[in-house]
Ligand binder design. Structure first.
Ligand SMILES: N[C@@H](CCC(=O)N[C@@H](CS)C(=O)NCC(=O)O)C(=O)O
Length: 228
């Protein structure tokens, strides 16, 4: 039986991040689906913030026996250290720092703009979030993929990394943003579109991919469609 347990929810992009890393590294794990509308009793014993993803590990050597880890970015770094192959962070200190800057950018800038655009019912807020998100896409296109990626296809070139898996879940859900808010990933984002295509074809991504229809259906409750 697997010793790593991941507490997840199928539509949660944060849990998707950690499941991609587990998949990519071929780690044996048990997946526990949490109903976020009706969380099981005692869930905060495992996930103190009451959120997914959360991870527990039992039965390993002393170093991580009975340990709990939460927060997707932290879980991913933990998994990368404990299961070093394939490595999902660059090895040089400066490249590692850059990877962490982009993970922070995802968490503090990109994801909040995406969420506000999808969830807000206020048209002005939506418009502001759309502009913000567009600016972030330009920044990724030019500053990340245009400079760090070289000939790509991933954030750091030929090797896939935690940064790719940190952003990808939101791009898999882009169909919901397009459907409800009319924001397409337009042709001008050449590098981003190539990046998305390359990731979409990876075995780890294919193994746990959901359909556009599922996201459109599941996000309906957050995104009341704007009247035409
Ligand atoms: N910063 C957290 C965010 C996790 C998060 O917000 N998860 C959502 C689902 S996508 C959740 O569990 N929400 C339940 C709740 O807040 O009660 C991470 O990166 O893991």
């Amino acid at each position: 039986m697997a010793k790593i347990k991941i507490y997840s929810a199928v539509v949660c992009p944060y849990a998707h991040r950690s499941r991609l890393v587990l998949q990519e590294k071929g780690i044996d794990f048990d997946l526990i689906e949490i109903n976020l509308q009706n969380k099981p009793e005692g869930f905060t014993d495992i996930s103190p913030y009451g959120k997914v993803p959360a991870m527990s590990a039992t039965g390993y050597a002393y170093a991580h026996n009975n340990h709990r880890v939460w927060e997707s970015a932290v879980i991913n770094e933990y998994l990368n250290e404990v299961f070093p192959n394939p490595p999902l962070l660059p090895s040089s200190p400066i490249a590692k720092a850059q990877a962490r800057i982009w993970i922070d950018f995802a968490n503090t800038r990109f994801v909040p703009a995406f969420s506000t655009l999808l969830r807000s019912s206020d048209i002005q807020q939506q418009e502001a979030a759309k502009q913000e998100l567009y600016k972030h896409l330009e920044f990724i296109e030019n500053e990340a993929l245009g400079k760090l990626s070289g000939n790509g296809p991933y954030w750091f070139g030929e090797s896939v990394s935690l940064v790719d898996f940190t952003f990808y879940p939101w791009f898999e859900r882009w169909a919901a943003l397009k459907h409800y808010r009319g924001l397409a990933l337009s042709e001008e984002f050449t590098r981003l579109r190539q990046w998305k295509k390359a990731l979409k074809q990876r075995d780890s991504v294919v193994a746990i991919a959901n359909s556009k229809e599922l996201y459109i259906e599941r996000y309906a409750r957050f995104a009341t469609p704007v009247a035409a």
